[in-house]
Design a protein around this ligand. Structure first.
Ligand SMILES: NC(=O)C1=CN([C@@H]2O[C@H](COP(=O)(O)OP(=O)(O)OC[C@H]3O[C@@H](n4cnc5c(N)ncnc54)[C@H](O)[C@@H]3O)[C@@H](O)[C@H]2O)C=CC1
Ligand SMILES: O=C([O-])CC(=O)C(=O)O
Length: 316
């Protein structure tokens, strides 16, 4: 009998806080690979404890992924995917941009280790302000641009689609749309490309109702921050990271909005921002450049300016 070795995928989640731990559990539940959950040495025992607790859910839920808690990058060696959630989260009254200096330092330190221990990995960044943190990661990693990807658009689009489904009392499964631009309050939900069961939403909802949904989407992260009172969203962010990871590991060639390095697309150069891409086995395989109206382009320019200003802080 010939035994064929099957290579199990390895996924490291750096940062074992709210988003990191939730992501690790969701990844394991979907059996996307073996999971390493990594945090700082001072939190090694709690990280091991979270991982063991998740593992002990596996007989009940019937998943066969291993989950290892650690503070050592040796345990993360040769991961296929590394997800970076390390950093501080905002509190009510703060903007994501207020986190920039602290999190840029953390993301750089993490990326130096990722570069050393996981040189062939595809890296997904969640830490905020995420457009600028994706830039910082790209600089520190030195990886090709297709393997450095930021998470914003999947989450922002999920919020947008949730609100549309609620408004029309229809299944979320039938709502399509996406959000372009930076992960800030001037992100650009594209109404013209939004539909329900193929029906454009501007034929179903008034201008005022659509504007209210667009505005609620833009401040969707802040709505959760204010409700939680401390910390920020983690269930929907984790679900978004899992969708991106699945697209890459299964080479699904999903069309999703993610943060990518723009080199001339949409008229922007050397800017990381949310755009629709094909996400597959090679990471970002293609960027779709859409025709925009003058109003849409003006809104995207405003969002790009905000991202550029934060990137300037990272550049020092
Ligand atoms: N891009 C997006 O759509 C979203 C971004 N975020 C961002 O994700 C980040 C994490 O959020 P949460 O998990 O809620 O925060 P959290 O505070 O619960 O967890 C962060 C974890 O990172 C760890 N950490 C700090 N420095 C580290 C280092 N050098 N190496 C390894 N781990 C380190 C901390 O010990 C902590 O356990 C925040 O910056 C937040 O703003 C959160 C939700 C959505
Ligand atoms: O709002 C925050 O600080 C966390 C985040 O990016 C989001 O939930 O969209």
């Amino acid at each position: 009998m010939t035994i064929v070795a099957i290579h199990r995928k390895k996924i490291t989640v750096v940062g074992a806080g709210f988003t990191g731990a939730t992501t690790a559990l969701m990844l394991a539940q979907k059996e996307l690979g073996d999971i390493v959950l990594l945090d700082i040495p001072q939190l090694e025992n709690p990280t091991k404890g979270k991982a063991l607790d998740m593992l002990e859910a596996s007989p009940v839920q019937g998943f066969d992924s291993s989950i290892t808690g650690t503070s050592s990058y040796e345990d993360a060696a040769n991961s296929d995917i590394v997800i970076i959630t390390a950093g501080i989260a905002r509190k009510p009254g703060m903007s994501r941009d207020d986190l920039v200096s602290t999190n840029a330092g953390i993301v750089r330190t993490v990326c130096e280790n990722v570069k050393k221990y996981c040189p062939d990995s595809t890296v997904i960044i969640l830490s905020n302000p995420v457009d600028a943190m994706t830039y910082a990661a790209y600089q520190a990693l030195g990886f090709p641009k297709n393997r450095v990807i930021g998470q914003s658009g999947v989450l922002d689009t999920a919020r947008y689609c949730t609100f549309i489904a609620q408004e029309l009392n229809v299944s979320v499964e039938d709502v399509r749309g996406f959000v372009l631009g930076g992960h800030g309050d001037d992100m650009v939900p594209l109404v013209r490309y939004s539909s329900v069961g193929g029906i454009p939403i501007d034929t179903l909802l008034s201008k005022e109702r659509i504007e209210a949904i667009v505005q609620r989407t833009r401040v969707g992260g802040g709505e959760i921050v204010n409700l939680l009172g401390s910390g920020s969203a983690y269930y929907a962010p984790a679900a978004s990271l899992v969708q991106m990871t699945e697209a890459i590991l299964k080479d699904k060639k999903r069309v999703l909005p993610v943060i990518a390095l723009l080199e001339g697309e949409y008229g922007y150069d050397q800017l990381f921002m949310g755009v629709p891409v094909i996400l597959g086995g090679n990471g970002i395989e293609r960027i779709f450049e859409l025709e925009l109206t003058a109003d849409e382009k003006a809104a995207l320019d405003k969002s790009a300016d905000s991202v550029r200003n934060v990137i300037k802080i990272v550049q020092g």
